[in-house]
Design a protein around this ligand. Sequence first.
Ligand SMILES: [Zn+2]
Length: 185
Amino acid sequence: MLAKDFAKTVVHDAETSLTVAISPCCWMYPNYPFQIQVHIAETGDHTITSKKGLSFADATEADVDELVASLSIVRCPRCQSPMFERTGNEAHNPDKLCSKCILADLNEQYEVAKKKAEEKQQKEDAKMKAQGYTHRINARIHPAATGDDYQVVMYASRRPTNASMKAQLRKLGSEVFDDYFITKL
Ligand SMILES: [Zn+2]
């Protein structure tokens, strides 16, 4: 029987080594098939694989080796780094990229959205300033017990005091009176 903390490193090729560990679920839960977690040491890409009909108690290192040998390692179509082949239907990953490339895309989308929101805000600020407003207030409304917090944007023609902010936020149904920031236009 293997130790629960059995681990080994398998050299796949000159650039790729695999670190292998036992998935705790296969010794924690009865009737769970023997399962291992494998990481590509160089990139952090990971996968899990299991052997149906084999229990943790009956598994040997030869079973580990067999599972590792059955893994297919390919190159990310974009960055060419080694990754486990994506065999499932990943709707969010139609190009079957590696995790790092997916993350980079998400970050980029986030930055674009953030920049758009900032530009929109600047336009609105300029418009309000032209109308005589001097301050923008971004506040978070925390409604009583039920209901989620939400964001409001207000403009004022002079810097609001703590007391006037408290009155305003109370009027909007908030139970928190200091969750806001004021920006001079
Ligand atoms: Zn990649």
